[in-house]
Write a protein that binds this ligand. Structure first.
Ligand SMILES: *[C@@H]1O[C@H](CO)[C@@H](O)[C@H](O)[C@H]1NC(C)=O
Ligand SMILES: *[C@@H]1O[C@H](CO)[C@@H](O)[C@H](O)[C@H]1NC(C)=O
Length: 523
């Protein structure tokens, strides 16, 4: 048995060598200057670091005192690109103007500008121009343009997209093909399949208009910016690929989505579902005072937060007062994320300047969540199984809330000067009708009933891409099949020609017979 120790030793050496080898250098790009996007970026980074990899993180939210495994590249200049947007996100302005008006064209310009600012940022340029910098894999958030793939060309490394919403045709066609509008909704449409005739036509229309606008307005601008970047790709000795090749060359797409939060569209092998990975499974304990308030709330707690971009303190004071009046009439305890001290608070209302949303939602006494319906909050709703009242304000919030209403876990209340009455009715309905809680508990079960956690899945697929040099075996064969071939238009053309030929032939035969008959008659 003397070989046993040797064998053990060998196994250990192999194991060590393996872990050494498996340490990856990963570049993570989440440069969009918005808190919720950075939470998703932080989640990716957290899981990779925990798995022992080295991460370089391009972010506008640089944090202090982190592990040496993490290098942050500061792109906080990107905040300049959205100054106006921040002004638009004032709740008072929104309530007065009855909504936020974002044109898709402005939005496109903003995202393009953010890419350009990121790429030309001094800190990023230093990274790009240093020949010693090497990465095994690059992960970038997809934000309405594909220029981030340029980083893959510069470093000669495979890249992975992170799509932050439910899968939709715009992202799916980067790794497979645009989804079928007859049963897959556009990212900005609240429709849930099965579609009515009208909805089906509407979805087709969205897609055709979307593709046309992209092809004729956005793509030329994107390509012009790409041409400017060629010198930097060349300068590292890499070939400059055609943008069209680079754009469709992602190894994977990590989707912040899950069937429990949306529908279940057909997905290609290179789309990996990791929705909810940003939620830390170790819920932090609440501060002692909050813990006591929640423990003591025998009739339950209603948690009200408009998220990190919108501030409740910007609400017009008459709205705030009418909301307080409604809250004071409830027997439940209300915890309101509000950024200022509010004088004359009713006894059952508590103001939180900042709070760990996860910890509050995790508390068993939390009965109802009043939210703007952002994607992260919508995910957390399912995770912690809490029904919601959605007060959507901008972007995908309307869609998220409308979908949640259709699924039966939510009610929608619109932002207005008179919203307090509506909110009161909604609160009463939600607290008295157990169907909302039952449904959200069902969905929560579906969310949690997975073979592995989304964080583990994320790490696995990133490692898979790095170890297989871009996972070419996962690429969809549909990616390079032109539309006319998918629709068999060539076959249709052949059949059409054959049919024409046959009719011509038949006609000629008839004509011949007829003339022969005529000849006989005249004879
Ligand atoms: C991108 O940034 C560079 C450098 O700041 C600038 O010269 C160029 O005009 C910008 N392009 C676009 C399309 O904004
Ligand atoms: C596409 O990705 C593969 C695998 O990562 C890589 O080998 C190839 O060079 C890439 N092509 C382009 C045009 O970037």
């Amino acid at each position: 048995m003397s070989w046993l120790p040797w064998l053990m030793c060998g196994v250990m050496v192999v194991a060590c060598a393996n872990t050494e080898q498996s340490k990856l250098k990963v570049l993570v790009l989440f440069p969009f200057p918005s808190k919720s996007h950075s939470i998703l970026g932080d989640g990716v980074v957290r899981h990779l670091i925990k798995a022992g990899h080295e991460v370089t993180y391009i972010t506008p939210y640089v944090k202090k005192g982190l592990t040496p495994k993490l290098r942050q590249i500061d792109v906080s200049d990107n905040f300049k690109a959205i100054d106006i947007t921040v002004e638009q996100l004032n709740l008072k302005t929104i309530i007065m103007n009855k909504g936020v008006s974002f044109s898709i064209f402005d939005f496109f310009e903003t995202t393009l500008n953010i890419f350009n600012m990121t790429f030309h940022n001094d800190n990023v340029q230093k990274l790009l121009r240093d020949p010693k910098e090497k990465f095994d894999v690059i992960i970038a958030e997809w934000m309405f343009n594909e220029l981030y793939a340029t980083f893959s060309a510069v470093f000669g490394a495979p890249y992975i997209w992170v799509s932050t919403v439910q899968p939709h045709w715009m992202v799916l066609r980067l790794i497979d093909e645009a989804s079928n509008p007859a049963y897959t909704a556009d990212s900005h449409s609240p429709s849930v399949p099965p579609f009515s005739f009208y909805e089906r036509v509407q979805q087709l229309f969205f897609q055709i208009v979307g593709i046309t606008v992209q092809k004729f307005f956005f793509d030329p601008k994107i390509e012009a910016v790409y041409d400017d970047l060629a010198p930097i790709i060349k300068q590292r000795g890499s070939e400059v690929p055609k943008f069209d090749e680079l754009k469709y060359n992602a190894s994977l797409m990590l989707g912040n989505s899950h069937v429990s939060m949306g529908s279940s569209p057909a997905l290609p092998q290179s789309y990996k579902v990791v929705g909810g990975y940003h939620i830390d499974t170790n819920v932090k304990p609440l501060p002692a005072d909050l813990q006591k308030i929640m423990d003591d709330a025998k009739d339950g707690v209603i948690y009200f937060s408009m998220g990190s971009n919108l501030r409740s303190k910007d609400l017009p004071s008459e709205v705030t007062q009418s909301l307080l009046k409604v809250f004071s009439s409830l027997k439940q305890t209300v915890m309101w994320k509000f950024e200022e001290v509010l004088p004359g608070l009713p006894e059952n209302v508590h103001i939180l300047k900042w709070a760990s949303q996860h910890s509050i939602l995790a508390h068993p006494n939390c009965k109802l969540f009043i939210t703007h319906g952002g994607l992260l909050s919508s995910t957390e709703t399912i995770y912690f199984a809490k029904p919601i009242i959605g007060i959507p304000v901008f972007a995908d919030q309307f869609v998220n809330v409308d979908r949640a209403v259709k699924v039966g876990i939510a009610k929608r209340v619109d932002l207005s000067f008179t919203m307090a009455d509506e909110l009161k009715a909604a609160i009463e309905e939600m607290l008295n009708n157990p169907s909302y809680t039952r449904k959200v508990e069902e969905l929560s079960f579906v969310y949690h009933h997975r073979p592995v956690s989304p964080g583990a899945e994320l790490v696995h697929w990133v490692e898979h891409v790095a170890r297989t040099r871009g996972a070419p075996h996962l690429r969809s064969p549909a990616l390079h099949v032109p539309l006319y071939q998918k629709m068999y238009l060539d076959l249709a053309a052949v059949v059409f020609i054959i049919l024409i030929a046959i009719t011509k032939l038949i006609k000629r035969l008839f004509r011949k017979k007829n003339t022969e008959k005529k000849k006989k008659k005249t004879n």
